[in-house]
Design a protein around this ligand. Structure first.
Ligand code: HDE
Length: 682
C-alpha cells in the first residue's frame, strides 16, 4: 500500500484491492496454477472403472470442498455487512485524543456488521430478537471496534452468566427447537430466575426487536466507556448510533410472515439500498459524564442493565457514518470479520462494568476456534490500514513474512525494535483508575434495582407500543409449556407494571398477580418510537395495476412518489409491460405469486382488473393485509371498490382520489408516517 493511500476513506478499499481476484474469463487451474484439460470427469481405470488415487485434481477439489464450512458465531451467527465511512462534525479534542475524532476533514473507513443474536446462520432475519450493530473503524491509530446492539441495555450484569443466558435462549438441547426464537420454556425460565433481565426483556418484547430495516434502527455501545483527552482527563461515555431515517418497526404478524416469504428481508433491504445509491446514514451520539458525577444517579453507571435517560444526560451528535459499498464476497469479508470490544485506540478506554470486562476476554478467544488460529488479524477484512509490528510469530495460516533474526523484546541486535511508543507520542496507555478492593465473588448493592428502569421504559411507550408489548408477552408465554414458569414470569413483571402483568395473565390462563405494582412514574420520551424522524425516503410502495387499466395517467403520481424518494414497484397478474390509457408503458416487476403485501411499506391500488375475479381477489387480499398492518393505502376511484371489499375505507392513512398532484402529496405524507396506529380494526 502506498503512503498516499493511507489516511483517507479509500485506504481500506485500496488495501482490499490487493486481495481481490477476478476469475471470469480466466483459465481453470489447480491451486498450484496448473492448467487442467478436464474438470468434469475424475481419472478412472477405464471408462467404467474405479477412480484412481493418482487423481490429484479430484483430491484437491474435493478436499477443499470438504473443508469449506467454518463454525458459525456462537451468537450473532446470522449477519450482514457493508463498508462505509465516518466523519466527525467537530474536533472532540476536549474529551478524547482519539485521532479519528479530531478532524472533520478526515474520513475514516468503516465496516459494519448487523446481526440477529439467537438464530443460526441460515435463520430468518425478521425474528423477534435484539440486533447486533458492530462497527470497525479502520483508523490511523489501529482498528477501533464499537461492538454494540440495537437495545441499550443487556439481560445480565456479569459476564460469567453469559453462557447460561445463551444456553437458555438457543434452541433447547434435547430437540433443537425453536430456531431463532425466545418463545420457549428455557428462555422464560432463565428470565424469571435471573430478574436482572427485566429491563432488557421489556425492550426485547417491544417493537425494537422487530426492526423494519437495519437502516432504521438505533445502535448502542451499551456499556459505559471512557473518553480520555491529551491531558489525561477522563469522561464516562455512552455511545449511540441514530439512524437518519428514524427508528421504525414491523408488526409481529408481518414479521412472522416475512420470515417465510423472504428470510433475507433485512440483508436484501441493505444490499439493494446501497446498490441503488440510497446510502444508509447514522449519526454518532455520545452521552458524556464527568468522573465526579459517577454517583449522582439512582442507578450505578457501571450496571449494563441501566441506560442514562437522554433527558437527564443529553446525547451530543458528533459525527456521521455512511454505508456506501457492498462487500464483494460475503464469506471473505462478513463471515471472517472479527470484532472485539477490546480493539480500542488512544483516547478510548474501559469502565469496570463487569459485563464489559468479561467481553474483553471472550471475543478474541472465540475467534481462535471460529477462524482457526491466532492469525485472524491478517485476514484482509481484519487488517488495520496502519502498519503493525510486534514479536508475535507463526501459528496456523500465517501470511506475514517477518524478516530478520530477532523476534523478542528486549533486544540489542535490532536496537530494541520494534519499540514501544511513549504515551506522549501516541502510544496506548491504560487510564490510571485507582482500584482498591477485596477479592470477592459478589454483586454490588448498587446493581440490585432490577425494575425501576423497566417501568420507566413501559411508562415511556405510546398506547399502541404498550399493546404490542402485551401481545408479545402473550405470544411468547403462550408458547411456554410449563405453567409454573408462566406464573413466575407474570409475578415478576407485576413489579414492572400491574396492568401489563394482569392483562397477560388473563390471556394465558395464569393467576392474576398477587402483589407487585410500581411507584415509578418517570418516563423518557426519547425511548418511544412515536418521537422518531418520519420520512418517505426509500419506502417501497406496491402498485397494483392490471393489463386492462384504462383510467387516469398514474405515471405522474408514480413520478411524484419517486421524487419524494419513494420506490413504487408494479405488481400485476403477469409480467410484461402494461399500457395505460394515455399510452404510457409501465413494467411489471412482481406478480401476485412472487410478491406479497408484507414485503411493502404501502399499497397503491390503481385498477385494471378487466373484471377478472381472481385478479380482484388478489388485490383485495393485498389491501386487507396492508390495512391490518396499519400501512398507508392509496387508491384511484376505480380501485376504491377493492378497498370497500376489504373494509379499508375512511380510515387514517387511506388516501383515495384521482391521480393528481394533491393525491400524490397526501399519499407521500401517509407513507412518511410509517404506520397509522389510530386505525380502527374491526
Ligand atoms: Fe457479544 N459476543 N457477548 N455482546 N456480540 C459475540 O463474538 C459476549 C454482548 C455483540 O458481527 C461473540 O465474534 C459475551 C453485549 C455483537 O461479528 C462472542 C457477552 C453486546 C456481536 C460474544 C456478550 C454484544 C457479538 C460471538 C457478555 C452489545 C457480533 C462471535 C459478557 C454491547 C459481532 C464473536 C459480529 C458476538 C461474547 C454480550 C454485542 C461469543 C461473553 C452486551 C454485535 O465472543
Amino acid at each position: 500500500m502506498s503512503k498516499e493511500s493511507r489516511g483517507n476513506e479509500n485506504s481500506k478499499n485500496e488495501q482490499l484491492e490487493q486481495f481481490r481476484v477476478k476469475d471470469e474469463g480466466e483459465k481453470l487451474t489447480t491451486n498450484q496454477g496448473l492448467k487442467m484439460a478436464e474438470d468434469e470427469f475424475s481419472l478412472k481405470a477405464g471408462e467404467r472403472g474405479p477412480t484412481l488415487m493418482e487423481d490429484f485434481h479430484f483430491r484437491e477439489k474435493m478436499t477443499h470442498f470438504d473443508h469449506e464450512r467454518i463454525p458459525e458465531r456462537a451468537v450473532h451467527a446470522r449477519g450482514f455487512a457493508a463498508h462505509g465511512e465516518f466523519e466527525v462534525y467537530q474536533s472532540m479534542k476536549k474529551y478524547t485524543k482519539a485521532g479519528f475524532l479530531q478532524d472533520p476533514s478526515v474520513k475514516t473507513p468503516v465496516f459494519v456488521r448487523f446481526s440477529t443474536v439467537a438464530g443460526s446462520r441460515g435463520s430468518a432475519e425478521t425474528v423477534r430478537d435484539a440486533r447486533g450493530f458492530a462497527t470497525k473503524f479502520y483508523t490511523q491509530e489501529g482498528n477501533y471496534d464499537l461492538v454494540g446492539n440495537n437495545i441499550p441495555v443487556f439481560f445480565i450484569q456479569d459476564a460469567i452468566k453469559f453462557p447460561d443466558l445463551v444456553h437458555a435462549i438457543k434452541p433447547e438441547p434435547h430437540n433443537e427447537m425453536p430456531q431463532a426464537a425466545t418463545a420457549h420454556d428455557t428462555f422464560w425460565d432463565f428470565v424469571a430466575n435471573n430478574q436482572e433481565s427485566a429491563h432488557m426483556v421489556m425492550w426485547a418484547k417491544s417493537d425494537r426487536a422487530i426492526p423494519r430495516s437495519f437502516r432504521m434502527m438505533e445502535g448502542f455501545g451499551v456499556h459505559t466507556f471512557r473518553f480520555v483527552n491529551d491531558k489525561g482527563e477522563a469522561h464516562f461515555v455512552k455511545f449511540h448510533w441514530k439512524p437518519v431515517l428514524g427508528v421504525h418497526s414491523l408488526v409481529w404478524d408481518e414479521a412472522q410472515k416475512i420470515a417465510g416469504k423472504d428470510p433475507d428481508f433485512h440483508r436484501r433491504d441493505l444490499w439493494e439500498s446501497i446498490e441503488q445509491g440510497n446510502y444508509p446514514e447514522y449519526e454518532l451520539g455520545v452521552q458524556l459524564l464527568k468522573e465526579e458525577d459517577e454517583f449522582k444517579f439512582d442507578f450505578d453507571i457501571l450496571d449494563p442493565t441501566k441506560l442514562w435517560p437522554e433527558e437527564d444526560v443529553p446525547v451530543m451528535l458528533i459525527g456521521k457514518m455512511t454505508l456506501n459499498r457492498n462487500v464483494d464476497n460475503v464469506f471473505a469479508e462478513t463471515e471472517q470479520a472479527a470484532f472485539h470490544p477490546g480493539h480500542v485506540v488512544p483516547g478510548i478506554d474501559f469502565s469496570n462494568d463487569p459485563l464489559l470486562q468479561g467481553r474483553l476476554f471472550s471475543y478474541t478467544d472465540t475467534q481462535l476456534t471460529r477462524l482457526g488460529g491466532p492469525n485472524f488479524h491478517e485476514l484482509p477484512i481484519n487488517r488495520p490500514v496502519c502498519p503493525f509490528h510486534n514479536n508475535q510469530r507463526d501459528g496456523f495460516g500465517r501470511q506475514t513474512i517477518n524478516r530478520g533474526q530477532v523476534s523478542y523484546h528486549k533486544n540489542s541486535l535490532a536496537a530494541n525494535t520494534p519499540a514501544p511508543t511513549p504515551e506522549a507520542e501516541g502510544g496506548y496507555a491504560h487510564y490510571q483508575e485507582k482500584v482498591d478492593g477485596r477479592k470477592v465473588r459478589a454483586r454490588s448493592e448498587s446493581f440490585k434495582d432490577h425494575f425501576s428502569q423497566a417501568t420507566m421504559f413501559w411508562n415511556s411507550m405510546s398506547e399502541p407500543e404498550k399493546q404490542h408489548i402485551i401481545q408479545a408477552f402473550t405470544f411468547e408465554l403462550g408458547k411456554v409449556n410449563s405453567k409454573s414458569v408462566r406464573q413466575q414470569v407474570i409475578d415478576m413483571f407485576a413489579n414492572v407494571n400491574l396492568e401489563l402483568a394482569a392483562t397477560v395473565a388473563d390471556a394465558i390462563g395464569a393467576d392474576a398477580p398477587q402483589g407487585g405494582g410500581s411507584k415509578i412514574t418517570k418516563s423518557s420520551p426519547a425511548l418511544s418510537q412515536v418521537n422518531t424522524a418520519k420520512k418517505p425516503d426509500t419506502r417501497k410502495v406496491g402498485v397494483i395495476i392490471g393489463h386492462h387499466y384504462e383510467g387516469d395517467d398514474v405515471t405522474s403520481v408514480l413520478d411524484k412518489l419517486k421524487k419524494a424518494g419513494i420506490q413504487p414497484e408494479i405488481i400485476s397478474d403477469k409480467l410484461g409491460m402494461i399500457k395505460g390509457s394515455k399510452g404510457k408503458e409501465l413494467e411489471v416487476k412482481h406478480t401476485f405469486l412472487t410478491a406479497d403485501s408484507v414485503l411493502f411499506d404501502a399499497i397503491y391500488a390503481v385498477g385494471g382488473s378487466g373484471g377478472s375475479k381472481s385478479f380482484e381477489k388478489e388485490a383485495i387480499s393485498f389491501i386487507e393485509e396492508a390495512f391490518a398492518h396499519y400501512k398507508p393505502i392509496g387508491a384511484t376511484e376505480e380501485a376504491k371498490q377493492w378497498l370497500e371489499a376489504s373494509d379499508a375505507i375512511d380510515s387514517p392513512g387511506i388516501v383515495v382520489g384521482k391521480a393528481t398532484g394533491e393525491f400524490a402529496k397526501k399519499f407521500v405524507d401517509a407513507v412518511a408516517a410509517h404506520r397509522h396506529w389510530d386505525r380502527q380494526l374491526t
